[in-house]
Ligand binder design. Structure first.
Ligand code: BGC
Length: 721
């Protein structure tokens, strides 16, 4: 019956205050207390019990029991029985944590991303979550920015694929299916362009570059049916996103015709005052509402001003009705009017959390996200080793789940020590921290013990990284080397025993020059609940690394931002023939090359790219081209390889990137096996934004190659007519 609820009729029966209540979102803790017990910023608003009962949505709450309690109380008090919406940041898992998004993107495996997001949706929906503030598709090029951990890295196409995949996985085909939840794409727009990688910083990006690199991933999520969008904190070309008419009105509403819900970021309407854009909260509320922001998260602009703005004739009540309609429509689509609890149950939540099936997905995801940066032949370690030394601050640390881990707990994470113990039950394992991972702790007291352990071992695993709180929101770094005395520790250990591999836990690309003489380096990112098991699987050859970098690792922090797809320059020149020319000069001492570039990632096996064949030499609007690439596993291990396809537009009316990824496919090959991967290249894939911001393709010659950034295995040319 409720399925057919007439929302317009319902809205016509609501008071203005009740309608405005639907447009305000407060933290969950405010609904588990009475108005007089409320603390924090909401306390200063002097909110009444009556208003609390009108609020239409909440974010951040601990579990299904709390959700049920809040919803029940709300329904008892709401004369219209409109259920509340419950939202959370389910970013890389709910209770079972899979790798941080930057790591998961390195799997280059949309099917795996889908599976991880499905698992997260299943757990989160049991816990009472209706909407997740995911995917985050901010395009990022600066490793100093702490939120690169939430991105898919420095390639706009990959961000589109990963973002749209997450939307489809979370939302499913039918949002009323109780194991699916709505997604909210964020942070619109260009939050990742923060100057100097400083979180929340100003962003100045031309419209051409915005349309070319920054905007496509938000649009891809909208095309995938995302129900909600969150404007970003930053100012974009002088105007904070939520106040930015061009962004909100022209692009989002007019061009893209987005008709879902717009929600502010946390206190972003309040911050219009701090930005110096609104003199007071009344003006801030007016600006945000007029720009299409439906729900205000955690500030008091709408709560204190929206009713009076309507009564004074500044805002048309019809526009309030439209915003309320969008919110209620989402509630209806989620089936909340039929079942306000949507099947949330503490028992189910607990049964799904970290269940063997979910742990298995998390373990596979952690294995497939890991990137083998370097291997001089020490990995995989022989299973015959008798004495293993695990050295470094992450050897026996469960602090490897990463920022934005929702309800994940450190205690749930398998450490490297636990993983290696399980993989090598007969080996003698010694452990030493060696030093602290904190940037300001400089003690070397633990070195002597660690060095003597390393000397006595048959194999040494150096477990290094950044504390979890060094990446994520608000956590930018000016120095992206391994913090504290870890480089010095690594030097001492490598000198003591060269049968040594470094395993890294971190939330961003690091400048690894200081440890690059280590015979092997395995990048694990923050791998989540099963991190230690995955590391052991990879170290001892039970799994073969297959991740590829989605963000370049600089040699020095001063190279940042450094990205593989930068525009070609006059000097140093970049020609279609010589990919390395662009690195000929500049940066005295370290040159322009990154240490490890986008697309790089080794395997234990050897892949041979045997042939690349094109179906023709010309493309037109009517006729596409197929590219077939034959890859053989010429090594001893069954393994996966991501076949990457890049193009280079040789001449165009605007400067084009020196190379850009246009397609990829991950394949599995048994030893000796060969497969042919076929891609279709269309005229549409060759379009770009010209100087007038028109999306065009221009006739001319293109280089197409397979390999990875700066490393062409096979290449050919074709023309666009
Ligand atoms: C973050 C968002 C997040 C929101 C709610 C903000 O501080 O920027 O990404 O979704 O908080 O937790």
């Amino acid at each position: 019956m409720a399925k057919n609820i007439n929302l317009k009729k319902l809205i016509s029966q609501m008071t203005l205050e009740e309608k405005v209540g639907q447009l305000i979102q407060l933290n969950g803790e405010n609904f588990t207390k009475s108005a007089s017990e409320i603390t924090g910023p909401v306390q200063s608003w002097g909110i009444s019990e009556e208003w609390l009962n009108k609020m239409g949505s909440t974010l951040n709450f601990p579990d299904a029991n709390t959700m049920v309690k809040i919803q029940k109380k709300h329904l008892e008090n709401d004369p219209h029985k409109i259920p509340m919406l419950f939202m959370m940041d389910v970013i890389h898992g709910y209770r079972t944590i899979f790798p941080i998004p930057l790591g998961l993107a390195a799997s280059f495996d949309p099917a795996l991303v889908y599976e991880c997001s499905r698992m997260a949706a299943r757990e989160a929906s049991a816990g009472g979550v209706n909407v997740t503030f995911t995917p985050m598709v901010d395009y990022a090029r600066d490793a100093r920015w702490g939120r690169v951990m939430e991105t898919a890295g420095e390639d706009p196409y990959l961000a589109c694929v990963m973002g749209a995949t997450q939307v489809r996985a979370f939302q499913g085909d039918d949002l009323s299916d109780k194991e699916h939840i709505a997604a909210c794409v964020k942070h619109y727009a260009a939050y990742g362009g923060a100057e100097a990688g400083r979180d929340y910083n100003t962003v100045e990006v031309s419209e051409r570059l915005l349309r070319e690199d920054y905007l496509p991933a938000y649009k891809a999520c909208i095309d995938a049916g995302v129900r909600m969008i969150m404007p970003s904190f930053n100012s974009l070309n002088g105007v904070p996103s939520i106040a930015n008419k061009w962004l909100m009105r022209k692009v989002l509403k007019k061009e893209w015709k987005f008709d879902g819900v717009v929600i502010s970021d946390y206190n972003a309407i309040g911050e219009l005052k701090t930005h110096g854009i609104a003199p007071n909260m009344r003006e801030a509320a007016k600006i945000a509402f007029e720009n299409g922001c439906d729900i205000e998260m955690m500030s008091n602009g709408y709560y204190e001003n929206l009713c009076s703005l309507v009564r004074e004739g500044v805002i048309d009540e019809k526009d309030v009705d439209k915003a309320v309609y969008r919110v209620l429509k989402l509630k209806k689509e989620l089936g909340l009017f039929d079942d306000p609890y949507r099947g949330a149950s503490y028992e189910k939540e607990m049964a799904l959390a970290l269940c063997p099936e979910h742990r298995a997905i998390a373990r596979r995801a952690a294995c497939e996200s890991a990137v083998l940066l370097k291997n001089d032949g020490v990995l995989p370690f022989s299973k015959d080793v008798k004495k293993i030394a695990l050295i470094g601050p992450f050897a026996d640390s469960n602090e490897i789940k990463g920022f934005w881990s929702c309800h994940g707990k450190d205690a749930d994470c398998v450490t490297v020590l636990e993983g290696v113990r399980a993989a090598m039950p007969d080996a003698e394992i010694s452990v030493a921290n060696g030093c602290s991972p904190l940037w300001n702790e400089k003690s070397t007291e633990g070195f002597a013990e660690a060095v003597s352990m390393a000397k006595e071992a048959d194999a040494v695993v150096l477990c290094l990284g950044e504390p979890q709180t060094y990446s994520g929101e608000g956590n930018s770094r000016a120095d992206i080397r391994l913090p504290g005395m870890q480089e010095e520790l690594a030097k001492a250990i490598i000198a003591a025993n060269p049968n040594c591999a470094a395993v890294l836990f971190n939330g961003r690309p690091l400048a690894l020059t200081g440890i690059n003489n280590c015979p092997a380096i395995l990048e694990m990112w923050f791998p989540g609940s099963e991190g230690g098991n995955a590391a052991a699987d990879l170290l001892f050859g039970n799994a073969v690394p297959c991740g590829k970098l989605t963000m370049s690792f600089p040699k020095e922090v001063g190279q940042c931002p450094i990205y593989y797809n930068h525009p070609s320059t006059g000097r140093p020149k970049w020609t279609a023939e010589d990919v390395h020319q662009r690195y000929a000069s500049n940066y005295i001492g370290c040159g322009n090359l990154p240490l490890y570039c986008f697309g790089h990632g080794l395997s234990y096996t050897k892949f041979e790219y045997e042939a690349m064949e094109l179906s023709g030499t010309r493309i037109s609007a009517e006729e596409s081209l197929t590219v077939s690439i034959k890859v053989k596993n010429a090594g001893k291990y069954a393994a996966k390889e991501t076949v990457q396809l890049y193009i280079r537009d040789i001449f165009a009316s605007t400067v084009r990137p020196v190379q850009q990824l246009v397609a990829f496919e991950k394949i599995f090959l048994a030893p000796g096996e060969a497969k042919t991967v076929t891609f279709t290249v269309t005229e549409e894939m060759l379009r770009f934004y010209d100087a007038d911001c028109k999306h065009v393709s221009e006739a001319g010659e293109f280089v197409i190659f397979t390999g990875y950034a700066d490393h062409r295995y096979k290449e050919a040319r074709f023309r666009l007519d």
